[in-house]
Structure formats: C-alpha cells, structure tokens
Write a protein that binds this ligand. Structure first.
Ligand code: F6R
Length: 367
C-alpha cells in the first residue's frame, strides 16, 4: 500500500506530480485557452460581483489560503482576507451578502472550519469549498466548490493535499482574473501554459533536491530550533516549512516574513541557529538577499532555497537547494517539495513516527 516507500508521507510527497496533474485534469485546457471550473462558472455573477473573499482554514490548509491571498489579489484584484477558522467563528465577523467565504480543508471535516462556514452561511455569504475528501461534511454544506483530486492522504502531515490546494487556488485566481478583466489574454496564456508544465517541474525538483536535503537533514537534525523565512508568495511557504518540521520531528521551528526578523527574532540568531530561507529569483529577491546577509553577519547557519543558477545567495549560504525557475505565482508549489523532504528526513533520522506523529490526528473533528 506504501508502493515501495518506507512511509506514506514519502509516498505522498513523491505522488505530487501526479496529484497536481489530476487536480488540473479536465479543468485546465491550455490549447483552448480555457479553465473549466463548474463550481465557479455556475456562480459567475457571485464571483464577478464579489466585494471580498474571505478564506477560512486551519493548519496547512490555512497556509494554502495565505498563498491564495497573493494569487487572487494579484491576478483578479479582489480583496482577500485569510483567517484561522477558530478565530473567525468567535469574533463576531462582519460578513455581507456580497462576500464569498472559501473554506479550504483536506478532510472536509475540520470542526472549526465547518463551524466558520455555517456561520458565514447564516449571515448570507456565498460559501465555497476546496476539499479533498468527496462527500465530506464541508463539501455537503457549501453552495459550490472545487475538489482537489489529490487522492487519499494517509500521512498525518499534509503534503500532496497542500500542493493540490495551491493548484486549485491558482486555477481559480487565473480564471477570475480573466473574466473580470484584470488579466490580459497574453498573461492568461503564459500563466496557464506554465501551470500546465508544473507537474514536470515538481518531478524534476523531487529528482534533483532529495540528495542535498538528506545531507542537510544529517547536519541539522540535532538542532533544537530552526527559523524559516520568506517574503511575498513564499512567506506562507516559510510558515508551512516550519509547521512540517514541528509536527513530525518535534523540533521547535518558526516561520516569519523575512523582513520581520529585525523586529525581534533576529535576537535568536547565533552560530547554532539554522535558518531556512526561501530566496527565489522572482519576487523580492534583492530584499531576501539582504535579509540573508543580516543573518550571516550574526553567524546564523543559512540553508537557502534558490533558483537554478543562482549566484548571489550561494556566496553567503551554508547550503543551497536549487529549484527550477518559475513565476512567483507558482514558486510556493516548487518550494514546498524540499521543505517537505527536509522535515521528512530529519524526522526519519531522529527515529520519529513520521506517519503518525504524537498528539496529532488526521482530521480534527473537535474544536
Ligand atoms: C498539517 C496538518 C494540519 C491540517 C489541519 C487542517 O500537516 O495536517 O495542520 O492541515 O488540521 O486540516 P484540514 O485540511 O483537513 O481541514
């Protein structure tokens, strides 16, 4: 059942080229210049007139929501708010009829996410689900939705569901941008062609980063702490990388927007602190490089995720992991791969129960 892999988590990490492809199948019709998503298109009035999109989710799905904030605001120019479902439901949120509330959930059973959606529905919002489990509670109460076709995710740490969520949310953002006039035909074509090729780039990333990641895991497995930094689209990547490390290796890790370092966390940096920094070429590269320099000046250990052929970061980093070049929009999908592998190999080297980490359950059906 593990298909020759030692753990479900590793199998699921390696399934991502396929799960992303499956999630796009029948939806992304590149040659026709069409993104087909019935859940969006059947309610086009709602989407095109939406004043605001509110995304509610927990854990890894929340991190996918944060990437969606960048995607939807950038490409479709619709204001987006992303909230932890548990906070949203208890803070008497202001929700109107022209708001769309999107719940992102692998299981479709997360109690807080379900309750947040019910509340939004009561207040008259249009509610939309991005779920992986067909027929789940969230899928059943939503007005519409789009399933991630990642297949069953058994490992408690979410991996392929996350990249499938990013895929659906990318499709939605590009589709909305096209129909509301914010994306030119050229940009639409360029993005859809690129997204269509992402599964091959994910495959390439798996093939080319694992060996380096294993070496890095060996070097840092005994560190008690780690920091993860990124900016823009890859700020959520930093949060997700830190969450993955915490949950399966039990190493304390924090994700931060790189520029927030100087407002406190930089005090933690010394020669024993590994700092994983996502420094891809698109986005805020120069700024991230200067954040990396600040860390190096304080003797921090830098593990950098960079694009192929990067020159600048290599000069200051202790380790570099190269991922393929891509637009900023899709870089979180590629950056996720070595971050997942890093947490996996550290946990394995520490002898932890990777597929069933202590204190965690696959679906959190109590609040
Ligand atoms: C992290 C993880 C959890 C879930 C969270 C939400 O690897 O698995 O943080 O992402 O419990 O679960 P879903 O997506 O099922 O609502």
């Amino acid at each position: 059942e593990k298909g020759g892999f030692e753990h479900f988590m590793l199998k699921e990490i390696y399934e991502q080229p396929k799960s992303i492809r499956d999630t796009m199948r029948g939806r992304l019709l590149v040659d026709e210049g069409v993104i087909r998503m019935a859940g969006v298109w059947d309610h086009q009035e709602k989407f095109l007139k939406a004043k605001r999109i509110i995304i509610v989710a927990c854990g890894t799905s929340y991190h996918a929501g944060l990437v969606a904030e960048y995607l939807i605001e950038d490409l479709a120019r619709i204001p987006v708010e992303v909230e932890y479902a548990s906070e949203f439901r208890y803070r008497n949120p202001i929700i109107g009829k022209r708001d769309i509330v999107i719940a992102i959930s692998q299981s479709g059973e997360t109690a807080d996410t379900l309750a947040a959606l019910k509340l939004a529905k009561e207040k008259g919002a249009f509610i939309f689900g991005v779920n992986n489990v067909v027929g789940s509670s969230i899928a059943r109460i939503t007005d519409a939705g789009a399933y991630t076709h990642a297949g069953p995710e058994i490992g408690v740490a979410s991996t392929k569901a996350f990249t499938a969520q990013l895929t659906i949310l990318s499709l939605m953002a590009i589709k909305l941008g096209k129909h509301n006039g914010n994306l030119s035909a050229e940009k639409f074509n360029a993005l859809t062609r690129e997204l269509d090729a992402i599964p091959e780039l994910v495959q390439h990333t798996l093939e080319t980063t694992a060996e380096k990641v294993i070496e890095i895991a060996e070097r840092y497995k005994d560190s008690p702490n780690a920091l993860y930094l990124g900016r823009g689209y890859n700020y959520p990547s930093a949060l997700e990388g830190a969450l993955k490390l915490k949950e399966i290796s039990y190493i304390h890790a924090e994700g931060y927007p790189a520029a927030e370092m100087k407002h406190g966390p930089i005090a933690l940096i010394d020669e024993n602190m590994p700092v994983v920094i996502i420094a891809t070429k698109t986005g805020h590269y120069e700024k991230v490089v200067s954040n990396a320099q600040e860390i190096k000046a304080r003797s921090g250990q830098i593990i950098a995720i960079v694009n192929q052929g990067d020159q600048e970061v290599r000069k200051i980093a202790d380790y570099v992991i190269e991922i393929p070049n891509s637009s900023e929009e899709f870089s979180p999908i590629l950056a996720a791969i070595p971050l997942q592998l890093l947490s996996y190999y550290i946990a394995v080297k520490l002898g932890k129960n990777v597929d069933q980490p202590r204190n965690l359950a696959k679906s959190v059906t109590v609040e």
